[in-house]
Design a protein. Structure first.
Length: 324
């Protein structure tokens, strides 16, 4: 009992230090800040959700005592809560009974475990990314005008004209454009970093032999059907105005990125059996990482799979020996 407690406290301390490193302003601190959930996720996946909860509470308390309540609240919402809940969901399973043939020809009962679906975990990741982005924007103001004004003032301090120099219309236009896309861009960064942290934590615990579940089939990741309804509603809110429009843009961007990830899963499935599969997949990832905008193709593929079930049809036409 002592060792899991020490590991939980060590994970909390590491996570708190990584989170607080952003105060230094150093470039490396930005990377540490985004990786702050990783130690708590490793503790949660390797030693149970209780370990992540204990480490998160200890880390939040320490940050609150040293830096004040705003840091405590920010750490809980952006780091501790997602790490604890996602770790809990990843290890969540229920027993199911399946009949298997016995040696005497009768049907034997073989207990199996049905794990929480990867697609639903991905939806939770998108929800946490949207929640943390909204919470960050609400610290700037409670209405659309105040949020936009605060974002514009911050960008003006960074990119605006220096003292004694005339204003540049091109810079003003660029700042206005950045203000428009800033909430959605922040949400995209949030879902990508949170997804990366969870994947890294699972890889670390699996490599060390502490992952208490089999490695999931990521190719089968699929969002629940009602996600399309939520996406349509969020897109509609994006065209209203005010803070509702900002929140609609945030939710839309996180859900579209979730569908982009299912698009990659669809691509991995549809390329099964190709001799040059590794080349095709490597090229697809490289093009997305270098240019960025081709991610829209993955979004389209993920949405198309949600509508038409490409993966299911593809796997039904292939013999089981060629699916793995």
């Amino acid at each position: 009992m002592i060792m899991p407690l020490l590991i939980a406290l060590a994970a909390g301390a590491a996570s708190a230090l990584m989170f607080a490193s952003i105060i230094s302003g150093a470039l490396i601190s930005l990377l540490l800040f985004y990786l702050a959930p990783l130690p708590l996720m490793v503790a949660g996946l390797g030693w149970g959700a209780l370990g992540a909860a204990i480490g998160g509470i200890a880390a939040a308390t320490g940050l609150g005592l040293m830096f004040g309540m705003p840091y405590l609240g920010a750490f809980v919402v952006t780091v501790a809560l997602p790490a604890w809940w996602l770790g809990h969901l990843a290890l969540l399973g229920r027993p199911v009974i399946e009949g298997t043939p016995a040696s005497n020809g009768a049907a034997a009962i073989a207990p199996q475990t049905e794990w929480y679906p990867v697609g639903r975990i991905l939806l939770w990741v998108a929800g946490f990314a949207a929640l943390t982005t909204m919470a960050a924007l609400l610290t700037l103001g409670t209405d659309g005008a105040s949020i936009v004004g605060a974002l514009k003032r911050g960008l003006l301090r960074i990119m605006g004209p220096r003292e004694g120099k005339p204003a540049d219309n091109d810079v003003d236009a660029l700042i206005d454009a950045l203000v428009m896309i800033a909430p959605a861009a922040a949400a995209l960064v949030a879902i990508m970093t949170l997804t990366l942290n969870l994947w890294l934590a699972a890889k670390i615990t699996a490599t060390s032999g502490r992952l208490h579940r089999p490695w999931p089939d990521l190719r089968s990741a699929a969002l629940p059907p009602m996600t399309l309804v939520a996406l349509a509603l969020a897109l509609a809110l994006s065209f209203t105005g005010g803070v509702l429009a900002i929140f609609g843009q945030i939710v839309s961007s996180t859900l579209l990125m979730a569908y982009a990830l299912t698009g990659f899963a669809t691509l991995h499935t549809l390329t099964l059996g190709l001799k040059s599969r590794v080349l095709w997949l490597s090229s697809a990832y490289a093009i997305v990482l270098v240019f960025g905008w081709p991610i829209l193709g993955m979004v389209g593929l993920g949405l198309a799979d949600a509508f038409f079930g490409f993966r299911q049809r593809f796997l039904q036409r292939r013999p089981p020996s060629q699916v793995t």
